[in-house]
Write a protein that binds this ligand. Structure first.
Ligand code: 13P
Length: 253
């Protein structure tokens, strides 16, 4: 595959796992061929209580660690239940997912909150993976491009376009998450191109990685990755199965 950007293959474990399950999943993932060649980047995002366990298990291998969420608050303080970007940095997290549709829907996360989180991550040298994606209604109504672009715009208006350099955007249509129905590679490519075109600065447009999420499986990943503007995947369900996750990884190079 001849792309300008290295693919990022990211597992979002969501609220799944246990000490025992994580240990066997990571042990299996570590056996992946080609990891040492760094052909595509591999990333796992366990729930916060397991970040430390995952960090130790990954210490001798080229697999990145990421978090699924971060507090919008700075560093430390009286914010019960929150985890700061500084703490994630302490654990050597290289990435953090923000703006996932599940957090927008179940935790009322607004674009303003997501923007604050974006800032906190940059301050702590953690790469944000900013999720955007339209609802089924918007897809069916036909205004899905406006829906997604305005999500991106509401963050970029506050943060400034230049802050997106070397960050990651995940295009995750809500109707494709956990449904078994992925966007077709053409539908996804159309949206990734739209998102990339948003960045008029060519350095940012060429370097920003735009990954796809929503029912990615070994049976559809190769075709998705063959698209010029799809730079990897954010994988939910299939990332909990080492064989599926690794087959998706292998289909990315
Ligand atoms: P599924 O791969 O289970 O559809 O989940 C996608 C997702 O939400 C990743 O963040």
């Amino acid at each position: 595959m001849n792309k300008k950007r290295d693919n990022l293959i990211a597992g979002n474990w969501k609220m799944n796992g246990s000490l025992k399950q994580n240990s066997s999943l990571i042990t299996d993932i570590k056996r992946t061929e080609g990891l040492d060649k760094g052909i595509s980047e591999l990333l796992v995002c366990p729930p916060d209580p397991y970040l430390s366990q995952a960090r130790s298990l990954l210490s001798d291998v080229n697999i990145h660690l990421g978090a699924q969420n971060v507090s919008k608050e700075v560093n430390s303080g009286a914010f019960t239940g929150e985890v700061s970007a500084k703490m994630l940095q302490d654990l050597d997290c290289s990435y953090c997912i923000i703006g996932h549709s599940e957090r927008r829907a179940y935790h009322n996360e607004s674009d303003d909150i997501i923007t604050e989180k974006f800032f906190r991550l940059l301050e702590n040298k953690i790469t944000p993976i900013l999720c955007v994606g339209e609802s089924l209604e918007a897809r069916e109504f036909g205004n899905y491009d406006d829906f997604v672009l305005s999500q991106l715009e509401r963050v970029s208006n506050k943060i400034g376009i230049d802050k997106f350099l070397n960050t990651v955007i995940a295009y995750e249509p809500i109707w494709a998450i956990g449904t078994g129905v992925s966007a077709s590679s053409e539908q996804a490519q159309e949206m990734h191109l739209l998102l990339r075109s948003f960045f008029s600065d060519s350095i940012i447009a060429d370097s920003i990685r735009i990954i796809y999420g929503g029912s990615v499986k070994p049976s559809n990943s190769k075709e998705l990755f063959s698209m010029p503007d799809i730079d990897g995947a954010l994988i939910g369900g299939a990332s909990l199965n080492s064989k599926d996750f690794l087959n998706i990884y292998k289909s990315s190079f």
